[in-house]
Design a protein around this ligand. Sequence first.
Ligand code: AMP
Length: 217
Amino acid sequence: MAQHFVMLGPPGAGKGTQAKILSEKMGIPHISSGDLFRENLREKTDLGKLAEGYINRGELVPDDVTIRMVQERISRSDCQAGVLLDGFPRTVYQAEALDEILRDQKNTQVDAVPCIIVADDVLVERLSGRRSCQNGHVFHVKFNPPKVDGICDVDGTELYQREDDTVETVSRRIRVYLDQTQPLIDYYRQKGVLVEIDGAQAIDAVSEALFAAIAKM
Ligand code: AMP
């Protein structure tokens, strides 16, 4: 069965939520490039300082630093059996680099690319209502509210709104997705690994559709 996954879909499609569920089920690490950047931001590393402006403006961090960060993470021993990448690649250049990394480091390739499809007008509402905790657990004020307002169900820490989840930045992020990331749909379709999933359903229904599609690959 497939072990190297890339989750595709616009910001707000539910990629992160589904990636967490799938990685637990498959027993492989969930690697979110956005979470890696946010970790660097919190720890005020050089990489965090470099990335901060791009992230807050809703733009992509330059390819070379992004690729280096993900490459380092993939090379760790917990990724031996497989990985589930979320938010990376986001450009065709990154996708080509990933192919090279998997080939050179692990003699393997991307096996399956679930792409979660959601209409553009739903995305802004989903993202602007999103609340996250510092450990990356994600809720939504309307669609997936925490049991106690403002507190993470999983670890009891406070929930916050990401600086790039405001209405203005969200629109920019969606435009960036359409321009730079959407071409990856064709890139992976041509390789025969793309699986399109309807993301306009409840979280459980999306997961079921995702598992069913992957099981066939
Ligand atoms: P995310 O949590 O995936 O929505 O990512 C948050 C932000 O981190 C993005 O809007 C970008 O600024 C940056 N970022 C995350 N992944 C990448 C990537 N693969 N390439 C460039 N920038 C990225």
